[in-house]
Write a protein that binds this ligand. Structure first.
Ligand SMILES: NC(=O)c1ccc[n+]([C@@H]2O[C@H](COP(=O)([O-])OP(=O)(O)OC[C@H]3O[C@@H](n4cnc5c(N)ncnc54)[C@H](OP(=O)(O)O)[C@@H]3O)[C@@H](O)[C@H]2O)c1
Length: 337
């Protein structure tokens, strides 16, 4: 069994609860955590409930005990329900982060709804699915363009004051949204995509979070499987595989990305490491990145990915990776941050 995350980010939050008393709360975020979106079979189909449960159990066994899920991971909360089964009798070993404010509509369409009543209702439902009575961390999944973000923040603040959540985060927000949010509710963590090929948070959001001591939790470290070396030049994504919608998986962009993966793969091979552990270790080592959330669909993948915890990067390796990133050049379809 591998031992413990290398660095921890502890965020002390001090805020006034409704009766005017000042309380201190604390959450510790590890350097590596399990992202539980793929457990619901949402990236590609065909992930069984049993595989999902085994994936979570393997993560805990490897010391990866922070589990990141959301109300909308699975049309009917399949991710939260699988986590509940996997952690039965082990609740004290894990910290659980969930998100609210996105749900599924008929026709497999996601809808953003950050209204306070919706948030409160979704969180109550998440707790039932997860079979717990408190979330360690709750994010607003994304700002709702139809209402002021302060209204959503007010609902999360209420849940924080009532002790139903231990800490609050904002996912997919920009600096201005973080500022408005934090006026109403103490902000412990931001969650955005970040990987070797997608570093849009670097110039503005990342330094802002560092300056405010807000943890940065990075998602898509493996770019939804692209950076694992599993994809082939003639890869065909089925209609149930959501990756076909992203420019990074299409045409010339996809081929250029695979050239990049080949370059990192040969670096990993020279060092007798798995590509995935090198990719994750590089992401974990980036200044300002607090936690890296990787998704997985099997215990075997978790075991490989956990090797990143013990992966020390030489300066020469970091240099070679950064060179390869430079050579890859601008990425089409970058996401706005
Ligand atoms: N806040 C947000 O809006 C937001 C958005 C996206 C994600 N997230 C969070 O971030 C987490 C990470 O993102 P993600 O899961 O979408 O993408 P990811 O971590 O970049 O990639 C996960 C995929 O990589 C493949 N993989 C993982 N380990 C592997 C290994 N050792 N060997 C081969 N393939 C491997 C698996 O593909 P297969 O499925 O093909 O096995 C897995 O589904 C999510 O699970 C979720 O918790 C948050």
């Amino acid at each position: 069994m591998l031992k413990l995350p290398r660095k921890h980010h502890t965020n002390q939050i001090s805020h006034l609860v409704n009766n005017g008393a000042r309380v201190k709360k604390q959450i510790t975020l590890p350097s590596l955590a399990l992202g539980c979106w793929p457990l619901a079979g949402m990236t590609r189909g065909g992930v069984t409930r049993q595989a999902a449960i085994e994936t979570v159990a393997a993560a805990i066994d490897h010391g990866i005990t922070h589990l990141d899920t959301a109300y909308c991971y699975g049309e009917h909360g399949e991710s939260e329900r699988a986590i509940a089964k996997a952690i039965r009798g082990r609740q004290n070993e894990v910290t659980i982060a969930s998100k609210c404010g996105i749900h599924w509509q008929a026709g497999k369409k996601q809808a953003v709804d950050g209204r306070p009543d919706t948030i409160i209702r979704e969180v109550k439902e998440s707790l039932v699915r997860l079979e717990i009575d408190r979330l360690d961390l709750l994010y607003l999944h994304t700002p709702d363009p139809n209402i002021p973000i302060q209204e959503s923040a007010g609902a999360l603040r209420r849940l924080l004051d009532e002790g139903i959540v231990g800490a609050v985060g904002l996912s997919n927000g920009n600096v201005e949204e973080c500022q408005l949010f934090a006026e109403i509710c103490p902000l412990t963590a931001c969650q955005r995509h970040f990987n070797m090929l997608q570093q849009e948070i670097r110039p503005v959001l990342l330094p802002y979070c560092q300056s405010k001591r807000i943890a940065m939790v990075a998602y898509w470290p493996l770019m939804k499987g692209l950076l694992t070396g599993r994809m082939t030049r003639d890869q065909v994504f089925s209609h149930t595989d959501s990756r076909h919608k992203y420019l990074m998986f299409q045409g010339e962009e996809f081929q250029k990305n695979l050239d990049f993966v080949d370059a990192i793969q040969s670096l990993a091979a020279q060092q007798n490491r798995s590509l995935v552990s090198l990719v994750l270790a590089w992401t974990m080592a980036q200044k300002g990145i607090t936690t890296v959330l990787f998704g997985a669909t099997s215990a075997k993948q978790v075991a490989t990915n956990a090797q990143a915890l013990a992966c020390h990067l030489e300066d020469s390796t970091v240099f070679a990776i950064n060179e390869a990133i430079q050579q890859r050049g601008p990425i089409l379809g970058s996401r706005k941050v």
